[in-house]
Design a protein. Structure first.
Length: 234
């Protein structure tokens, strides 16, 4: 009975540890790969030693929170962050190396000065010592600020691109309308010529009719004038 109870308690303790680790990982900045793996980059160590530590820590934690071995619905998300962190910290890709160097420089900026604590004393501090917690908190805030600035710059660029696209669409539309108007003007040339000819002919006929009417009126006045002269002579 005692052995069975110990087994059950061991399983429950294991589940609690898994959930705690999942929650811890998800509380980290997704871009602080050191914090996610629970590694302090400020401790004096060689690159080879650091890579060895990273791989060992990753192997241990990945087994602990693997989605196939956990009922926690957030296990997959935490596992992906863990896997991503190990990849970036061990990658030989130039862009990844630059990103890690930048992350390390942020940590270095908040490393305690010798006047506060010497290097030997600092190396003895636990990962969750208040000093290290404060350092990680500051690093996290810097990363948040950088991401916000990056997102703002992206938004500005997207807005500018949208404005340029709208301007281009407006210019293209105006150009298309002008082309259509020019085409319509050209297509209606014959119609305009014919209408003008009809109008000109109508004006000419009207002018001729007026001239004929004036001539007829002149001839009528001439006949009346001659008749009056005859009457006077008689």
């Amino acid at each position: 009975m005692s052995e069975e109870l110990d087994r059950i308690l061991s399983i429950e303790e294991s589940a609690i540890n898994k959930n705690k680790e999942i929650d811890r990982i998800l509380s980290c900045s997704p871009f602080d790969y050191y914090s996610i793996l629970e590694i302090n980059p400020l401790l004096s160590t060689t690159t080879e030693e650091l890579l060895t530590i990273i791989k060992k820590v990753y192997r241990k934690k990945s087994l602990l929170i693997h989605p196939d071995k956990s009922d926690n619905p957030k296990a997959s998300e935490a596992f992906d962050l863990l896997k991503k962190s190990e990849y970036h910290l061990t990658s030989s890709d130039e862009s990844d190396i630059k990103e890690i160097e930048h992350l390390y420089s942020i940590y270095q900026a908040y490393k305690p000065t010798p006047s506060k604590i010497n290097n030997e004393q600092y190396c003895k501090l636990e990962f969750n010592d208040i000093i290290n917690i404060e350092i990680r908190s500051k690093v996290k805030q810097v990363l948040i600020d950088e991401i916000n600035e990056l997102n703002l710059n992206k938004l500005i660029k997207q807005t500018e691109l949208l404005r340029k696209d709208e301007m281009k669409q407006k210019i293209d539309l105006e150009k298309k309308i002008k082309q259509q108007l020019d085409k319509n003007w050209e297509d209606e040339r014959d119609l305009r010529v014919n209408n003008w000819r009809k109008y000109s002919n109508k004006i000419e006929r009207k002018q001729k009719q007026q001239q004929q009417q004036q001539q007829q009126e002149g001839q009528s006045l001439g006949k009346v004038s001659k008749k009056k002269k005859k009457n006077v002579l008689v």
